[in-house]
Write a protein that binds this ligand. Structure first.
Ligand code: UD1
Length: 363
């Protein structure tokens, strides 16, 4: 009889979208009796950007918080690298999961690639082919460092094959679908309290804007805010702290139909999308969430990693926000086949793939 060993898995997360992605994985691991710890890098650290996600997604508090906070890419990445090494020495996991494309993901991959743990990248293979995006650099480096690449879409599988990484890649689907479907049910049963003054109307546009390429350049940010202010429909923009601080720094104010709101919690975001007639965003996750919830999207970027949403006619790349919102809302569309992003049981497939590919036998 093989001695009973307990597999210990660590997830390293640090930014808003990663809290969403880790939730289904955590619940699946725990339901299969696998010990799972969350290490929080502290990249996002306040109630709205971090804590509310843990409570809304029924996640336990992180076992360790590296409390790295804000900083330049170099400072953030280097700080996580240094502190993570100690945290992994304390926890002694066999497997480390990293998620998506943030500085937290990259720092985790750089540390684990030179240690003994098995490194798994969840949401591998996405590419914008824009090397000026910090996220693109992070993705490419992490994919090349990881032992196992768990992939959301067929397109992403193809990108990995083109880079010679097919042997390490497994198509599992998109874990955000699991989280979104979980949250949609909750929101439908018990609509969340929205911020004071938030009106519910299908003629409202729900917007977010935070990407460095949009928010860090004064002229571009001024232009985009101007375009949104001139929309003929009310636009409710849930403002990421990065946007708020850049607007203040550049002296940009809102006018016309545009109003600025605090960052929303995950249930509030799902409710806001369901209430809106249109979503305008530069967020990768929100583009897809909008389309999966049956709302058309205008993406304020020149490229997207989620080309399936564009091919299906639900998402339009509109980097200068010149498209008429009414015109784009009014188009006839057939619902996107959810199967493009998996079967909604991605966390289950992630754990299956992990157990199958992990190089030791656990009973
Ligand atoms: C990061 C990710 C991005 C992801 C986004 C999700 C990288 C390179 N980018 O961008 O891919 O889409 O998270 O939100 O990792 N701040 C706060 N409170 C917080 C967190 C941040 O006020 O809890 C402010 C700080 O002023 C900080 C700024 O937001 O300087 C930006 O945060 P940072 O983590 O550097 O990058 P994001 O823009 O959030």
């Amino acid at each position: 009889m093989v001695e009973q060993k307990c597999l210990r898995v660590v997830s390293l997360v640090g930014a808003r979208p990663q809290f969403v992605k880790v939730a289904p994985v955590h619940h699946e691991l725990v339901s299969r009796g696998i010990e799972h710890h969350i290490i929080h890098s502290g990249q996002h650290y306040d109630e709205a950007m971090s804590d509310s996600f843990f409570s809304d997604l029924r996640l336990p508090p992180p076992t360790i918080n590296l409390e790295i906070g804000s900083g330049s890419h170099a400072a953030q990445t280097a700080g996580i690298i240094q502190r993570l090494d100690d945290a992994l020495n304390d926890l002694q996991p066999q497997v480390v999961l990293v998620y998506g494309d943030t500085n937290t993901t990259l720092a985790g991959a750089l540390v684990v690639a030179k240690r003994s743990e098995f490194l798994v990248h969840i949401e591998a293979g996405l590419r914008s082919f824009n090397r000026t995006m910090p996220e693109e650099i992070n993705r490419v480096l992490v994919d090349h460092a990881a032992h196992l690449l768990l992939v959301p879409t067929q397109h992403a599988m193809q990108h990995l094959a083109n880079e010679g990484l097919q042997q390490r890649s497994v198509l599992v689907g998109d874990v955000m679908v699991d989280a979104l479907e979980f949250m949609k049910k909750i929101v439908e049963q018990q609509p969340p309290l929205m911020p004071t003054g938030w009106a519910s109307s299908s003629e409202v546009v729900f917007a977010t804007l935070h990407r460095a390429e949009n928010s860090d350049n004064k002229e571009r940010l001024e232009y985009l805010i101007g375009q949104l202010s001139n929309y003929s429909l009310p636009v409710r923009l849930a403002a990421h702290p990065r946007l708020v601080s850049r607007m203040k720094e550049f002296g940009i104010t809102v006018s016309g139909n545009l109003s600025l709101w605090q960052p929303l919690s995950y249930p509030q975001t799902v409710a806001a999308v369901l209430q809106a007639g249109l979503v305008v965003t530069d967020s990768g996750g929100l583009q897809k969430e909008a389309v999966l919830l049956g709302r058309p999207c205008l993406t304020a970027r020149y490229e997207t990693e989620w080309t399936e949403t564009v091919d299906a006619g639900w998402n339009l790349l509109d980097p200068l926000l010149t498209t008429s919102p009414q015109e784009w809302m009014g188009r006839q569309r057939v619902p996107l086949a959810r199967s493009v992003f998996g079967d909604g049981r991605t966390a289950h497939h992630i754990v299956d793939a992990l157990l199958e590919r992990y190089p030791q036998t656990y009973e």
